[in-house]
Each structure stands twice: as C-alpha cells, then as structure tokens.
Design a protein around this ligand. Structure first.
Ligand code: C2E
Ligand code: MG
Length: 327
C-alpha cells in the first residue's frame, strides 16, 4: 500500500502534472508456487486481477483467479479474430427533430455476432476491447462501414442524412487519429461535414492536452463533435466553452421517471437551456414514451433519440425506415 500511495502522488515535469497508477500482484512461497517461474506467473495473474478491479491497488494471488484469466484469454482471442471472421455488424439508430418529426442523423452502434453467445451489445465487449488495445480497430472498422453505408443512402436520395459515430477516449488521444479518419473519409468518399463524432463526457475531459488538438483538427475539417452521456461526468462548464464542441447529448438516465423525479426534470431543463445559451446543439437520448416527448417539447428541446421512434436497426431495416419517409 505504501508503494501504491507514494507512486500515485502527482509528478511535475516541465510544468505539467502527471499521474501514475500502480497495480501489484503478490504471490507467496511456498503456498503459491515452489519455483521462481510459477511464483512469477501467479503474481502476474494477481496483478491483472488488481488492474481489473480498477488499478491503483495490490492483490494476493488465489487459484480462482486462474479460471477467470482463462475466460479472459478466451474472450481476448475471440475478440482479436472478429474482423477476420467478419463477426461485427453496425446498427443504426435515428436521431430526429421532434417537430416536424424528421430523421436527421444515424448513430452507428456496433454489435458482435458472437459464435456461441449470439448478438452481443457493446457494453459486453467494448470495455474489454479498450483494455486490450483493440478498440481502435473496432472504431475504425465501424467508421469505415458506416460511412460506406450512409453514402449509399445519400446516393439513394437522402443527401442530407448525417452520420454519428462513437469514439473511444483512447482513440481521441492518438496522435494519428485525424490522419486515420481523413484516410477513411477519402476511401469512402464521405464528406466530413456530414460526420459527427460522439465522445463520452467523462472521457472527453481527461487528458485534455492530447485530446484538444485532435478535437480542433476535426472541427476544422467540418466534423461535428458531440459530448455523449452528458450529465454523467464531471465536466467543468468552463471547459465546455473552451472545447470545440457542437452538441451535447443528454444522457438517457435523466429521462427516466420524469413524472415523479423533479431532479431529473430540472437537470434536463437546465442542460437544454445551457446548451441553447451557449449556442450548442442539444439532443435527449432514451426517449421511450409520449410523456417524455411532451416534457421535452415543453422545455424547448427540439431533438431526440430513443426507442419511442426506433431502436438501433440493422442497415437494411434502417434504410427501409427512412425510405418510408417516416422521417
Ligand atoms: P451511447 O453512445 O450512449 O449509445 C446509446 C445507447 O442507448 C445505445 O445502446 C442505444 O441502444 C441505447 N438507447 C437509445 N435509445 C434508448 C431508449 O429509448 N431506451 C433505452 N433503454 N436505451 C436506449 P448500445 O447500442 O447498447 O450502445 C451502448 C454504448 O456502447 C454506446 O452508448 C456507446 O458508448 C458504445 N458504443 C456503441 N458502438 C460503439 C463503437 O462503434 N465504438 C465505441 N467506442 N463505442 C461504441
Ligand atoms: Mg453515442
């Protein structure tokens, strides 16, 4: 614990503050192994377990960890093959104006057709993909696939449809992110002015030194930047003003129990008013009922995304939905 505590103290290098975390695994002789090799292997397993618990801690080895590690390794090897095996799919969920009800944007949401477990939602594999450094491959594949698809819809007579993709925080810190996005846009012939990237609020506010230059470059190219899950992080409102942000997406947790939860009503109302005063776009996510929709109208929120209008759909169904002019 002393080691963890002393390493986590912030460092200052050339006037910049840095934080470092430690994860330690401990194995004991002779209970956890009689040879150097086994002791190291088991300490390593315990270290991964410490990381999994969020890091900045230590863990003693115990044999159950082995089983979990094997599961993880299996998931990892399966996940590393998804692209080769073409097991990923992109679903699209409409974002629309409330009045008139019109689809303006498609949010690309990844799915994994797991060979044994069936269709997996991103919550079940995205965090893990981030951890093993595989998320860039996924995000880039999603961007490329979605750009190609939305271009088809543009060509089929819906030239104004926008595309929104989720970017992992890790992506946003990469120095070659913009180059890669430019490459994909060129390859698919997609106009950057039709693209938006969504960054989760809590993530956007981390490592600003690395992320701000990328956000600025993207904004200069004409790409819109949305803050996703707004209200769940701890953003300083001051930063919101400084970042090149175009839109906030009010998190779906605040849309719940609007009838009985006056805090949620106040938060949704305040976030909408703030965005509008700051000349930012604002959209409410997670609209499932007519009552929620009425509330949004009453506070002047003009855009929504939610099951009330449509769940995320496979490309073909989304295509039918917008072609029907339901939008
Ligand atoms: P998100 O960006 O906040 O996406 C919205 C999520 O809310 C989607 O879940 C969507 O299905 C769900 N949702 C939309 N409307 C409603 C509603 O009315 N009620 C309820 N209960 N849920 C609603 P999904 O598709 O499971 O995605 C979960 C998260 O995974 C996304 O949250 C996003 O953060 C992440 N994600 C999805 N695709 C990608 C991707 O390609 N790359 C990265 N890095 N993350 C992704
Ligand atoms: Mg999103």
């Amino acid at each position: 614990q002393k080691v963890v505590d002393s390493i986590r103290k912030p460092y200052e290098i050339s006037g910049h503050g840095f934080n470092m975390s430690t994860s330690m695994g401990i194995s004991l002789y002779p209970e956890d192994g009689e040879t150097m090799e086994t002791l190291f292997k088991n300490a390593d397993i315990a270290m991964y377990s410490a990381k999994e618990q969020g890091g900045n801690s230590y863990r003693f080895y115990n044999p159950n960890m082995n089983i979990r590690l094997i599961e993880r390794m299996r998931l990892e090897s399966l996940l590393r093959q998804v692209l080769d095996r073409a097991e990923l799919d992109v679903y699209f969920q409409p974002q629309l104006t409330i009045e008139p009800r019109q689809v303006i944007c498609a949010e690309a949401l990844v799915r994994w057709r797991h060979p044994e477990l069936g269709m997996l939602d991103p919550a079940r594999f995205i965090p893990f993909a981030e951890e093993i450094g595989f998320i860039s491959m996924i995000d880039e594949w999603v961007l490329k696939t979605a750009c190609a698809q939305v271009r088809e819809w543009h060509n089929a007579g819906l030239p104004h449809l926008r595309l929104s993709v989720n970017l992992s925080a890790k992506q946003l810190q990469k120095s070659d992110l913009v180059e890669r996005i430019v490459g994909i846009l060129r390859e698919t012939g997609f106009d950057p002015h039709h693209l938006e990237v969504e960054i989760t609020e809590s993530m956007a506010m981390r490592n600003l030194e690395q992320t701000i230059p990328n956000m600025i470059l993207l904004a200069e190219m004409g790409v819109g930047i949305s803050i996703d899950n707004f209200g769940t992080g701890y953003s300083s409102l001051n930063y919101l003003k400084k970042l090149p942000i175009h839109k906030i997406k009010i998190d779906k947790s605040f849309l719940q129990d609007l009838a009985t939860n006056s805090d949620n009503r106040a938060i949704v109302g305040a976030a909408t008013a703030m965005a509008q005063n700051m000349k930012l776009g604002v959209i409410a996510v997670g609209v499932e009922t007519e009552e929620q929709l009425e509330f949004l109208k009453s506070i002047g929120c003009r855009k929504m995304q939610g099951f009330l209008f449509s769940r995320p759909l496979p490309a073909e169904e989304f295509g039918k939905l917008i072609a029907l002019g339901k939008g």
